[in-house]
Design a protein around this ligand. Structure first.
Ligand SMILES: [Zn+2]
Length: 215
């Protein structure tokens, strides 16, 4: 992927220097100081600022001087202006977006974990009464692609009070019928997937989330 990245300068403050004489053309009152924020951009979106610098320009002779080449008479007022000028927050757009994204992701993870940690307490009341009802023999479909054209099948082979044992096919394509399901669950199950076992709570969690659906 091509990343278009680079750095840009943006004027964040302008300061006329009325009492200062241009060192080049000797004209008084022709100088202007500019405070500049230099920032890095990615696809022209400001990512972060490196900091501030300043330049002086002369209206008369057009001489432009960076801060380090200015005479002391220029530097003093420019130093103050540079100190006062604020780098706009927009020069940190990508950094701020990244920070916001990280905070949101962490919050979501935290909430999910908290929900999972609380789940056993609530699940016990909802699952326990139904636990004795065996689901062995039931079949489920797992969509691999969103449109469901590629999918996998799961068949529950056994069930205990706290776990579910199942077999799972590889990725399947084509029309799904009871006959094709039976054949796939017979022919398309890898040896390692013939006796899978998962905790009942995890099974219920996946089912509630719609990771797979009953046939
Ligand atoms: Zn000049």
């Amino acid at each position: 992927m091509l990343f278009l990245s680079g750095s840009r300068d943006s004027v964040i403050a302008t300061l006329p220097l009325p009492g200062v004489v241009c060192v080049n053309c000797r004209m008084p009152g022709t100088l202007t100081g500019l405070v500049i924020s230099r920032y890095r951009h990615l696809f022209w979106i400001p990512a972060f600022s490196f900091g501030k610098t300043s330049i002086s320009t002369c209206r008369h002779c057009k001489q432009v001087l960076p801060f380090r080449e200015m005479s002391a008479a220029y530097q003093l007022p420019m130093q103050a202006a540079q100190y006062e000028a604020r780098i706009p927050l927009t020069h940190f757009t990508l950094l701020l977006l990244l920070a916001a994204y990280t905070i949101i992701s962490l919050s979501i993870t935290w909430f999910e974990q908290r929900k999972l940690a609380q789940a056993p307490a609530t699940d016990e009341t909802t699952i326990q009464p139904t636990a004795p009802t065996t689901i062995a023999g039931l079949r489920y479909k797992v969509n691999v692609t969103d449109d469901g054209r590629q999918y996998g099948l799961i068949e529950v082979t056994a069930m205990t009070a706290d776990s579910v044992e199942y077999r799972m096919t590889g990725i399947l394509k084509g029309a799904l019928t009871p006959a094709s399901a039976t054949q796939a669950l017979h022919d398309s199950v890898a040896l390692t997937n013939a006796h899978q076992r998962v905790l009942l709570q995890q099974w219920q969690y996946s089912l509630d989330r719609g990771f797979f659906k009953r046939l």
